[in-house]
Design a protein around this ligand. Sequence first.
Ligand SMILES: [Zn+2]
Ligand SMILES: [Zn+2]
Length: 111
Amino acid sequence: MVEINNKQELCTICKKEYTSINTEAAPGIKIHVCAHCLETAKENFIFICMNCGKVYLRPKKMLIEKMSNFELKQAYTQCEDMQLIQGIDICIECDPEGIFNYMEVQTTAEC
Ligand SMILES: [Zn+2]
Ligand SMILES: [Zn+2]
């Protein structure tokens, strides 16, 4: 949900523009998004790392095409017209080892 208040804050995504538009990236976590970044969100899914603050853009069409999980694909297809900015707990930049361990656990679980 996009909200507008009268406080100007630096845009969380580009960190260049001040804006009063804010949205929830994760439950209880408000981020500020400028009009330009909101425009970008129409064509791209925006992921923001809640740990280090790094922002990732992924073209919606490409991401959806690549998905092999049917349910996930459906869920994201429904979000295609929404300006979705999603908070993620951890990213490869702030914790490469954490991501690596996570993948290792996944592989073990499969065997
Ligand atoms: Zn911005
Ligand atoms: Zn990170």
